[in-house]
Design a protein around this ligand. Structure first.
Ligand code: NAD
Length: 279
């Protein structure tokens, strides 16, 4: 073990994901957009999944293509089994396979528990949790069919679940969202345990507060931002690129021995900032 520390491994050279095929869900906005572009920047061919607004997905495709890699946009609702299966089988047809899945698509339907409708509850669980499972299942089937290709990667495939600090921080007024992300944590760890013997790495990235449309009201006025910064020891709101870089490294062979982990990218939000003074 010790002897290999520092030894350069061929696949650890840049670009990190050269020749790999990546699928990013919800890739025409916010974190997914930055991640799709970030994976293209480090050499991956990228499928840009979207469910609405084709034009913005095509813009992401054009930006990725400037790195000299391939990309295309694919419309699919990740909560629909047939649409997910169709998306992955088209990817195998067009790109030959899939090496990296970033299960990122997600949404909020906020309400106090007493007012939350069953439709709001179900919608969030369907997209944030079931959607990730359906995408993971299709990717895993292809990873297992293909196995390890040593020239491409040391593993047979990588799944990165986009979770949230709310996989462990309870969040009043968002019981559906917090439950979905808590579910993502246990889904991710169980899949990681089940699939590691097949050389498939399943991990999660858990963002804190990142400036995207999903949480605009939390940062788009100075008062709201000041309020939010109290929860962030590092005292800045994150950018989508903070997450994109974490995903690129986690998907690469640099972190080949990381299995079933959550990488919190949150400026310290999970460090119980309320206890920074007193207590
Ligand atoms: P966003 O609203 O900008 O992006 C969400 C994307 O998911 C959009 O492209 C949307 O169209 C897509 N989407 C929604 N339903 C879909 C469906 N059924 N099928 C396919 N795509 C669908 O928000 P974001 O902040 O970029 O969120 C991305 C992920 O990051 C989500 O899983 C979210 O829970 C997570 N996250 C965000 C933050 C944050 O502070 N922004 C923090 C923690 C976790």
């Amino acid at each position: 073990m010790g002897t290999s520390v520092g030894k350069s491994h061929r696949t650890a050279s840049y670009p990190l994901l050269k020749g790999q095929k990546a699928l990013v869900t919800g890739a025409n906005s916010g974190i997914g957009r930055a991640t799709a572009i970030g994976l293209g920047r480090v050499g991956a061919d990228v499928v840009v999944n979207y469910v609405a607004d084709r034009d913005s997905a095509e813009e992401v495709v054009r930006e990725i293509e400037t790195f000299g890699v391939r990309a295309y946009a694919h419309e699919a609702d990740v909560s629909q089994e047939d649409q997910v299966a169709g998306m992955v089988s088209r990817m195998v047809e067009q790109f030959g396979t899939i090496d990296v899945l970033v299960a990122n698509a997600g949404l909020q339907r906020d309400a106090a528990a007493t007012d939350m409708t069953l439709a709001q509850w179900r919608k969030v669980l369907d997209v944030n949790l079931t959607g990730q499972f359906l995408c993971a299942r299709e990717a895993i089937r292809e990873f297992m069919r293909r196995g390890v290709v040593p020239e491409v990667s040391r593993s047979a495939g990588k799944i990165i679940c986009m979770s949230s600090v709310h996989q462990i921080i309870p969040w009043s007024g968002h019981v559906n969202y917090a439950a979905s992300k808590g579910g993502v944590l246990m889904m991710m760890e169980t899949l990681a345990q089940e699939l590691a013997p097949h050389k498939i790495r399943v991990n999660a990235v858990a963002p804190g507060a990142i400036r995207t449309p999903i949480n605009r009201s939390a940062w788009d006025t100075p008062e709201a931002e000041a309020d939010l910064l109290r929860l962030i020891p590092y005292r800045r709101v994150g950018d989508p690129e903070d997450i994109a870089r974490a995903v690129a490294v986690l998907a690469s062979d640099l972190l080949d021995y990381v299995v079933g982990a959550t990488l919190y990218v949150d400026g310290g939000m999970t460090l119980f900032p309320g206890f920074a003074t007193g207590g």
